[in-house]
Design a protein around this ligand. Structure first.
Ligand code: HDE
Length: 753
């Protein structure tokens, strides 16, 4: 290769690769669009629509009243080989409007033009007022039967399988915002049970900013972009957010969770989920217990580093949804166990001194263990994002017999809000008839008409009592599995706008969370507060928040104050005596590594047999190998997924180096911003950058053969979590063991205890 003439050299390489590749290369890693590889020429022979991709699901074909139909799911979208109008008339041409001559104006009579443009003009619906950015997937919930004693809900009986749809989301950003911002994540699950739909509308954090739903517009207005400039998008690092949470100190607990690594999850697959509120379960004997719902991910709880999250915002703003869909496509089905913490249903509605109606408090798992009651597996991606993920409508009032609500004032307000919001977002009261929302239980309500009515109701008497429709529908009797409104006694009390006194403690559990963190997690929290407050303009707001930090912990406060260049205040309330909860920490254990991304740097001089072997081992371990090479196409017989120009370290969980590629002709500053001015005589600077970033982000790195030279050039050889070996297989095994701990934390000894 003549590197003195880069443009020509690149052309030669590309032509040689293209010749070799023609007709051979089909993607063997997840993510390629379409269910069949396209031809270069435009297909012109009419045929039926292609089948969906193998891993794609869709809502079951049910009628608006919940009955199963035999219609093939694909026919719900489109059918037949020919282009038609919305009324099914075949069309000859959709590329030219009907005009008065080739140079004349469009005729009003062009009904195809008008239909096409009018429909397009109305394609958008309002995004969700919160949780606008989300990604959904279909799956299956299998009950263990362990909850049978405490609830009569049929879907929780041993061995029952229930179809589900789950939507994960961020809270603050608009629909097109980045996935990896620091924020709370939504984790909403629709269980299509045969006794009525159950929606568990959860978050990845177990507490909330406010104790009363009437404050929801306040916290959201404070956290969303400023109303004048509409910045910043999808983040809490701004004055109005910190203004509110520092004045409204019941928000401090949730804020600490956001500042912790939980605010930047590695993946939806590595998030816990929490119902937040306490619910009431009722069994067949009408006995009740209070419970909190938890989702526990099979892969453990893991997060990004802050720098990774920021880089991903630019390099792959769809990182979390891509990760979810790629994992399902690769067969690494995401799994969670559903668990409950169970508390006696006493008149005080408290446990171990913790008020169970206060949504700013947790009950540590060490005091009330989470008891597993079933397993969720996500195994199908949506076929159509809008129809499924956008149109799904969750509501806390979607409850089957056996699950009831409590008087948590946040939960009570949510019971109103979730139907109300769909009326605008989904254009009317019939949103439960949209395919993704159709129940899988027989529906016989007396709701009629309204925009977008899909049911064709029979009869003349949608009222009760009636005799004209033979009395139908009938109320279910005691033995006919009706929903139970548990007749809870409400204590005699004046009608007031006030909270219980027990809600007044705003700091003790924040301290509990802080003291439960490992040193490295504490450092991340300090850095997050320092960054976020550092982005605020007003000193009064920083000082006010420092006062809250002083009431939580003096070390935390002092470290953040130093970063802000402000004095650390003294606490205004006594520091709480608390027992840490080790279950809150994310580090220190080992987890499976399914669906992780393994980047492998290769070039034509690499040990390609060894690389082929490693690729097979990575696939066999349920992970995805991505070959990173000087150019696209093939290296040897191996297909390349990333080039030095397109790949970036943040896409990979571990990096393997099988070669020390010399700078390729496109490694010139004018072409590639990643090149920089580094001395890149020996190794391509973009490969060095990849190694440096992986090292900084505490990722495992492995090398064999020529790859060992890269480690030496990057100055990381022999450091913790950097392994070398005689063969790719040996190196991959060692790296896989490191991956079990998620990151090589010992690379960064923490400075706080
Ligand atoms: Fe929500 N929330 N929320 N929320 N929430 C919505 O409903 C609301 C709260 C949560 O993927 C909205 O359909 C109020 C807690 C998730 O479609 C809206 C209050 C928790 C999602 C609404 C809360 C959540 C929403 C907006 C304070 C965790 C996304 C669009 C009392 C337990 C669901 C919509 C999806 C969505 C209201 C607080 C979780 C406006 C009034 C606490 C996961 O109705």
């Amino acid at each position: 290769m003549d590197s003195s003439k880069p443009a020509k050299a690149v052309k030669d390489v590309v032509e040689a690769a293209a010749e070799k590749v023609a007709g051979v290369l089909t993607p063997d890693v997840p993510g390629a669009p379409g269910s069949a590889p396209p031809t270069v020429e435009e297909p012109t022979t009419p045929h039926d629509p292609l089948p969906p991709k193998a891993e794609q699901g869709a809502p079951e074909t049910r009628t608006p009243t919940g009955a199963k139909t035999d219609a093939p799911a694909i026919a719900k979208g489109q059918q037949g080989a020919f282009l038609t109008t919305s009324q099914g008339a075949r069309l000859r041409d959709t590329d030219h409007s009907l005009k008065a001559g080739p140079r004349g104006p469009i005729l009003l009579q062009d009904h195809h033009f008008r239909e096409k443009i009018t429909h397009f003009d109305h394609e958008r619906i309002p995004e969700r007022v919160v949780h606008a950015r989300g990604a959904g997937a279909h799956g299956l919930f299998t009950a263990y039967g362990t909850a049978e004693k405490v609830t009569r809900a049929g879907f929780l009986k041993k061995g029952r399988e229930t179809e589900v749809f789950v939507r994960f989301s961020t809270v603050l950003g608009s629909r097109g915002s980045a996935d990896t911002v620091r924020d709370t994540r939504g984790f909403a699950t629709k269980f299509y049970t045969d006794e009525g739909t159950f929606d568990l509308v959860a978050n990845n954090m177990p507490v909330f900013f406010i104790q009363d739903a009437i404050k929801f517009p306040d916290i959201i207005h404070a956290a969303k972009p400023h109303p004048d400039r509409e910045i910043p998008q999808a983040q809490s690092a701004h004055d109005t957010f910190w203004d509110f949470v520092s004045l409204h100190t019941e928000a401090q607990h949730h804020t600490m969770w956001n500042m912790s690594d939980r605010g930047i999850p590695r993946s939806y697959r590595t998030m816990e989920g929490f119902g937040v509120h306490t619910f009431r379960l009722v069994n067949a004997a009408d006995e009740t217990v209070l419970v909190k719902f938890h989702w526990k991910p099979k892969l453990g709880v893991h997060s990004l580093t802050w720098e990774e999250a920021q880089m991903l915002g630019g390099i792959d703003p769809d990182f979390h949804r891509r990760d979810l869909y790629d994992a399902i496509e690769a067969g690494a089905y995401p799994e969670w166990e559903l668990g409950i913490q169970v508390f006696p249903d006493t008149p005080e509605e408290s446990f171990a001194g913790i008020d169970l109606l206060d949504p700013t408090k947790i009950v540590p798992e060490e005091l009330a263990p989470v008891q597993p009651i079933g397993r969720l597996t996500l195994n199908r991606t949506p076929r159509n994002f809008f129809a499924e993920t956008e149109q799904v409508a969750f509501h806390l009032g979607h409850l089957p017999p056996g699950i009831d609500v409590t008087n948590d004032p946040l939960l009570q307000g949510r019971l109103f809000s979730y139907v109300d919001t769909q009326l605008t977002r989904l254009g009317g009261p019939n949103f439960s008839q949209i395919p993704i929302n159709r129940p899988h239980a027989p529906v016989n309500d007396m709701l009629r008409d309204g925009f977008h009515q899909h049911a064709v109701h029979a009869g003349v008497a949608p009222y009760r009592p009636n005799s004209l429709d033979g009395g139908n529908p009938f109320p279910a009797g005691d033995d006919e599995n009706a929903f139970v409104d548990v007749p809870v006694t409400v204590a005699e009390a004046p009608k007031v706008r006030a909270n219980p006194v027990s809600f007044d403690d705003h700091y003790s559990q924040v301290r509990l969370f802080w003291l439960s963190m490992s040193p490295v997690e504490k450092e991340h929290i300090i850095r997050a507060y320092t960054f976020e407050l550092g982005k605020c303009y007003h000193q009064a707001i920083k000082e006010r928040q420092l006062q809250s930090l002083a009431n939580i912990d003096p070390v935390l406060c002092a470290e953040v104050a130093t970063g802000l260049g402000l004095p650390a205040p003294q606490p205004t309330v006594p520091l709480a005596e608390v027992t840490p909860s080790p279950a809150l920490s994310q580090v220190g254990r080992e987890w499976p590594s399914d669906g992780r991304m393994v980047g492998i740097v290769v070039d034509p001089d690499a040990d390609l047999d060894g690389v082929g072997e490693v690729r097979r081992a990575v696939f066999a371990a349920g992970m995805v190998p991505l070959l990173i090479a000087p150019h696209g196409g093939l290296v040897g017989d191996l297909p390349v997924q990333r080039t030095f120009a397109t790949g970036r370290s943040v896409e990979f969980d571990v990096l393997l180096l099988a070669a020390a590629p010399t700078p390729t002709p496109d490694a010139i500053p004018a072409r590639d911003a990643k090149v920089g001015a580094a001395d890149s005589a020996a190794v391509d600077p973009r490969v060095l950058l990849m190694v440096e970033e992986c090292w900084r982000h505490a990722k495992a790195i492995g090398a064999w053969g020529g790859g060992v030279t890269v480690l030496e050039r990057a100055g990381v050889a022999g450091t913790p979590g950097v392994v070398t070996g005689d063969s790719g297989a040996e190196v991959f095994t060692a790296v896989q063991q490191l991956l079990a701990a998620h990151r090589v934390w010992e690379r960064f000894p923490a400075s706080v205890a």
